[in-house]
Design a protein. Structure first.
Lengths: 115, 881
């Protein structure tokens, strides 16, 4: 039972990583270190920092996020990530899809209960 | 800016190389590597690391993890399973977190809290948390488990490495306590199976298993492949070592106590050395009172200790040899640490293994001296005194208790009265042979558990008092000991009376309790540093227990210098007319031909050997003299007789000062050597300078044999440096060649007094008591009280013992109602008990008494009334004439 649940959470996490990454950038642009820290500390996501940079790189390659370098007095130049218009559109689609899934699941449960 | 070491740079490059290899398709590997590099730099800056080491990089990259390898197998597919009903609480990391919270956090925390409050385990089995440090270590397990559980539940794993280390330490502590509780784990399991409860003894084991499960989850949760969780083995080592370090003094003590008692004796010196160096006094003290059954049967530490178990008697010997003082000079140990609760009563409980025996034994919790009153009447000119000590014992424990004490009598005194209050009435003692009174006491006290009190001698000027039962739960037992006391003369015009004092006791005396002292003189002045004089003829005051035995409480008695003869009628004599006559005269004594100093090396003698080294050395400057010092195995000759020609006083003093005193030592071997050396001369003395000798480390029989068989006139003179028991004097009680030197002042004063007594020109006041058929006819002779007869009989009994006429001595001691080495006193409760034991209680009309102050006033008033009446009668006769 525990194995089943563990396996399921791994799949859900993998599927949701991109959604959460895009979601974190919905309000404003964030620099890489800050973004990664926020995602790592997100309850239930259980992701290591090393895993997130390839995702960001892939999202950038797909044109969903864009980056810019800002010089920092405290160390190396900071890379800021921001959503592109395409990225915003994809994020909205993802959120709609999830909402639809949740509503469908609720309906299904109510239907099962009334039978 | 941070500075990077070469190895740190190399470590980072290694990590980035591994990351590049796992970047996967669709991503820019160079960009990922650069991002990771920047991230590491950000981490370094955020942590404020000045010099970045390889270890720092390893720690940071371990937390970062590596990118997930896209070529990895997707999550394995599970065989079709029946649908799983999700549980209510799914906010955590999966099934089991709830159980881990209960068994890893709540159960250990509740168990620890219960043990702290009730001390259930400490009171019934063994104390798992004897100190605050133990408590803190045990508390670490639920605390660490809670932190890890919370991190897993919330996914906040930023401090994952620290959790790894803390978890490792908790595992180490858990392993230790699981092993400690292993013997009672089956009991807990059986209790759960059959009764449905019994989780508490299993708490350490469940706590350990939960800690391990939490570690497994911590390792897997949100971590990239190939990244391990640090701190398992080293954490376990730290945890186990921390608990072991706390327990090391106890283990070292118990192991070395066994080495000391090993039958072959090979390891005894090494064992003693360890104990003196780092022995745990609390552990030794507990052993003196006997281990609890739980401690013996359920503490695995006990199982691991090979060899014979240390009995309470053996532990008492070890305690003395290590610390240099008797185990019962300090309060009995608590069964558990200072925690209140349901089992608090057990803390106040001690098993009295010495009930009815001849040893004072361990301190009994709850038994105290409730009140103490000393009344004395001094006959200055007759150089006599009578002193009564009334004491009340209170027992607050839930069991009936026996009060026992060794009492130091004034020098040369003899117990002549013993009274017990039974239901408010005074019952006087029966005096009889020593074994007869003890047998009666044991039968009535120990078997019938009724009210007796027993007094016997236990060495020169020492008695053992025991009374039973002091009623439980606040009950009080009251008794009186009366003693006839000779006044020790310093010169013809001044004498000294020392008050009696406790040497050893099994009850406590509260700091606030004071002995109420009242001393009255028949004629002449009394002076005492600690008592206030009402008018020169009486003293009164309150003395603390430690003051009672001090040189400051000595009473100085002024007397008429011409009063050198005193007499009294012996009303108990078989002859119709008999008088006891006392003559005081100054005598010159010759110095012994040979003096052998037998010196104790125990802690209690250290001060005297250091401060009074020159005074001691001056006693043995003669080349025929010698000094022998007690040792752990063999005595050591510091100065051999006939072998130190030309050794100066300063050199002898230096040698005495060089003696290293530490712990307690067996003095009998040194006494044997000293006696053998002394007996070679015709007029010799062994001056034994020593601290208290509370335990019998070796038999005194060889010494007794020498004294009895050799026929030499060698005397053993015991000079005890401080108040305390002395088993050597107890064993040699009544031997005429063994004397305790009266302590009438400070060590300096008493050594000077001794040196003067050996000075042919110094003079020494001697009291001679003899029986006559007529009273002395000198005009200066004074009539004294019956105590003169009692003191004469005391000397007479010594003479009879010396002549091996013990059979004649016992009836005389009984008739004169005295406690001596051949006779004792016992008070029983009923006439039937006296009859059954063939004893006759003293007639209250024949016992000595001290008139109450009110009685004195009544006598004076009666006399005044009589005088006035006579005057009035004469006046009226004159008028009528």
């Amino acid at each position: 039972m525990s194995d089943f649940f563990d396996n399921w959470t791994v799949q859900v996490r993998k599927g949701m990583l991109e959604t959460y990454t895009l979601g974190t950038l919905a309000q404003k642009e964030r620099y890489g270190y800050e973004l990664v820290k926020m995602l790592v500390e997100m309850p239930g996501l259980s992701v290591s920092e090393g895993t997130l940079y390839p995702i960001l790189s892939r999202l950038k390659a797909q044109g969903l996020v864009t980056t810019r370098l800002v010089e920092s007095a405290e160390g190396p130049a900071r890379k800021y990530y921001a959503l592109t218009a395409e990225g915003r559109k994809v994020l909205r689609l993802m959120e709609d899809y999830l909402a639809e899934m949740a509503a469908g699941e609720r309906k299904l449960r109510q239907k099962g209960a009334s039978l | 800016m941070s500075e990077w070491t070469e190895s740190a740079r190399a470590e980072l490059e290694q990590y980035l190389k591994r990351a590049r290899a796992r970047a996967g398709t669709g991503a820019d590997s160079a960009e990922i590597v650069e991002d990771l590099r920047n991230h590491v730099h950000e981490e370094v800056a955020a942590a404020g690391i000045k010099i970045v080491t390889e270890e720092d990089v390893r720690r940071i990259t371990a937390r970062l993890g590596l990118p997930e390898n896209p070529t990895e197998e997707p999550p394995r597919r599970l065989a079709p399973q029946p649908p799983v009903q999700p549980k209510e609480d799914r906010s955590g990391k999966g099934v089991g977190l709830g159980f881990l919270l209960f068994f890893g956090v709540i159960l250990p925390a509740v168990t620890l809290g219960l043990e702290l409050v009730t001390a259930m385990c400490a009171a019934t089995l063994f104390d798992p948390i004897p100190t605050l440090f133990h408590t803190a270590l045990v508390a670490l397990v639920p605390v660490v488990n809670l932190l890890v559980w919370r991190a897993l539940r919330t996914g906040q794993l930023a401090s994952r490495d620290w959790y790894g280390w803390a978890n490792g330490i908790a595992v180490g502590i858990g392993i230790f306590y699981s092993l400690l509780f292993l013997p009672i784990t089956p009991i807990g399991l059986i209790a759960i199976i059959y009764l449905g409860f019994g989780l508490l003894p299993l708490a350490p084991l469940f706590g350990l298993v939960s800690t391990l499960f939490l570690r497994a989850r911590l390792r897997s949760a949100g971590v990239g492949e190939g990244t391990s969780l640090p701190g398992l083995w080293r954490g376990i080592a730290i945890g186990v070592l921390a608990v072991a370090a706390l327990n090391t003094p106890v283990w070292v003590t118990r192991i070395n106590m066994q080495r000391v008692i090993a039958e072959d004796g090979v390891e005894e010196p090494a064992g003693l050395g360890w104990l003196r160096m780092m022995g745990d006094e609390e552990t030794m003290l507990r052993a003196c009172y006997g281990w609890t059954r739980g401690e013996v049967e359920f503490n695995p530490t006990e199982w691991l200790l090979s060899g014979r178990r240390v009995s309470p008697d053996e532990a008492r010997l070890i305690y003395y040899r290590v610390t240099g003082h008797a185990f019962n000079t300090v309060p009995a140990p608590k069964l558990r640490t200072a925690r209140g609760g349901t089992f608090a009563g057990l803390n106040e409980w001690t098993w009295d293994e010495d009930l009815g025996g001849e040893k004072v034994g361990g301190r009994i919790k709850g038994l105290t001296l409730h009140s103490s009153r000393l009344d004395a009447l001094v006959e200055n000119d007759a150089a006599l005194a009578y002193c009564e000590w009334i004491m009340e014992f209170k027992n607050d424990s839930p069991t009936e208790r026996e009060a026992r004490a060794q009492i130091l009598l004034p020098p040369g005194a003899v117990v002549s009265r013993l009274t017990l209050w039974v239901n408010g009435e005074e019952r006087e003692a029966a005096f009889a042979g020593r074994s007869q009174v003890r047998q009666a006491y044991q039968q009535v006290a120990v078997q019938q558990r009724r009210d007796p009190v027993l007094v016997n001698t236990c060495g020169p000027d020492r008695i053992l008092m025991q009374c039973f039962p002091v009623p439980r739960s606040g009950g009080i037992m009251k008794l009186r000991i009366g003693m006839s006391v000779p006044v020790t003369l310093d010169d013809a015009g001044q004498g000294i009376v020392r008050l009696p004092a406790f040497i050893e006791r099994n009850f406590s005396i509260r700091e606030t309790l004071k002995h109420s002292v009242w001393v009255k003189s028949k004629s002449g002045k009394l002076v005492c540093d600690l008592l206030s004089a009402a008018n020169g003829a009486s003293l009164q005051g309150q003395l603390r227990d430690r003051e009672l035995a001090s040189a400051n409480s000595l009473i100085r008695v002024s007397r008429n210098t011409a009063a050198l003869t005193a007499w009294t009628k012996d009303s108990r004599a078989a002859e119709p007319l008999a008088f006891v006559v006392q003559t005081l005269q100054r005598q010159n004594q010759s110095r012994p031909e040979r003096v052998i100093l037998a010196l104790d090396r125990s802690t209690a003698a250290a001060d005297v050997l250091s401060r009074n080294a020159m005074a001691l050395a001056s006693l043995v400057t003669n080349s025929a003299c010698g000094i022998v010092v007690a040792g752990d195995r063999e005595p050591e000759w510091l100065l051999k007789p006939d072998d130190h020609e030309g050794v100066s006083l300063e050199q002898i003093t230096k040698r005495i000062r060089s003696i290293r005193c530490n712990g307690g030592f067996d003095n009998v071997p040194a006494l044997l050597s000293a006696w053998d050396a002394a007996a070679k001369a015709s007029n010799a003395v062994v001056l034994w300078v020593h601290g208290p000798q509370p335990v019998e480390l070796s038999s005194t029989e060889p010494l007794f044999q020498r004294i009895e068989r050799n026929g030499s006139d060698t005397d053993i003179l015991s000079f005890q440096t401080e108040l305390g028991p002395n088993y050597v004097l107890e064993k040699l009680d009544g031997r005429t060649h063994v004397r305790g030197m009266p302590r009438l002042g400070t060590v300096d004063e008493d050594l000077e007094r001794l040196a003067n007594s050996w000075n042919p020109n110094g003079g020494h006041w001697v009291r001679t008591l003899e029986k006559r058929t007529t009273k002395p006819d000198t005009k200066d002779s004074i009539e004294a009280s019956d105590h003169l007869v009692r003191l004469w009989m005391r000397d007479e009994l010594v003479r009879l013992r010396k002549a091996h006429r013990v059979g004649d001595a016992i009836p005389l001691a009984t008739r004169y109602q005295l406690v001596t080495p051949v006779s004792g006193a016992v008070v029983l409760e009923t006439a039937q008990q006296y009859r059954e034991n063939n004893l006759t209680p003293s007639d209250p009309q024949t016992v000595p008494t001290i008139p109450e102050p009110s009685t004195f006033a009544l006598i004076v008033m009666a006399l005044i009334t009589l005088v006035l009446m006579r005057r009035r009668t004469r006046g009226s006769v004159a008028l009528s004439a």
